[in-house]
Design a protein around this ligand. Structure first.
Ligand code: ZN
Ligand code: ZN
Length: 243
């Protein structure tokens, strides 16, 4: 099992502040844990998909390799595949919401570590060469003081040993609250909302976000990445939402 803390600074911090489960805040010192700071009870509570998933959108499907997915049939996306931990529900939803808050980056780190633990092997099989998080507009970033996809992405990059390019992808426009818009409106709002710095010829980009809902944001990012030369884009998210 990989150690929970890997740098001297983290070891010092662990002495001063004993590790706590990000789900229930219990003391993790006596718990045999994996990479993510979650106790065994919370791990059981998480709605992680163990069965077959849609290759394209990460939703559960009836059998492996199924081509008919009720959730993404008819959607045209610029990304090739999605890796999701599970449905946006229960404790997974709670952790995603916590991760968005400043001073709660431990939840974002745990989600990144959990993706490495649960989907790490499949992610490496996809052979990513670059890791990028869906960026937040600088104005919103200043207001929120944190961008959970960035923190989740850093943990995935570190766990899998692939370079994280945090500044290569940026958000050009401040877009309205996307969750409240219809899918067609979301797509229109996001058209050309992202910009890429540099040349990505031949890159296989792992694009990290916290949740995949309509796929509009990931699609728009993937379009910008492909315009910059990326060969393929895979999306890694903590949760797949259907609303
Ligand atoms: Zn717990
Ligand atoms: Zn699907």
């Amino acid at each position: 099992m990989p150690p929970l803390f890997t740098t001297w600074r983290e070891n010092l911090l662990a002495l001063a502040f004993p590790p706590r489960c990000v789900g229930c805040e219990c003391d993790l010192r006596d718990e045999a844990v994996g990479l993510a700071a979650l106790c065994s009870v919370c791990r059981e509570d998480l709605t992680i998909y163990a069965g077959p998933q849609c290759h394209k959108c990460g939703a559960p499907v009836v059998f492996a390799g199924a081509t008919e997915c009720p959730h993404c049939a008819g959607d045209f996306w610029k990304f090739e595949t999605t890796f999701a931990l599970g449905q946006y529900d229960g404790l997974l939803r709670h952790l995603v919401l916590q991760a968005k808050k400043v001073l709660h980056e431990d939840a974002a780190r745990a989600l990144g570590d959990l993706i490495v633990e649960v989907r790490g092997e499949s992610l490496l099989e996809w052979r990513p060469t670059h890791n990028m998080a869906v960026p937040m507009h600088w104005g919103r970033r200043l207001w929120r003081q944190t961008n959970s996809p960035e923190v989740i992405g850093e943990r995935i990059a570190r766990g899998l040993g692939i370079p994280a390019l945090s500044r290569a992808l940026s958000r050009k426009r401040y877009t309205a609250r996307q969750a409240l818009s219809a899918p067609s409106v979301r797509r229109r709002n996001l058209r050309k909302a992202f910009a890429v710095r540099g040349n990505l010829t031949g890159a296989r980009v792992l694009l990290v976000d916290d949740v995949l809902t309509t796929g509009a944001t990931a699609h728009s990012c993937a379009a910008a990445l492909k315009d910059a030369g990326a060969e393929a884009v895979a999306v890694a998210v903590a949760a797949r939402s259907f609303t």
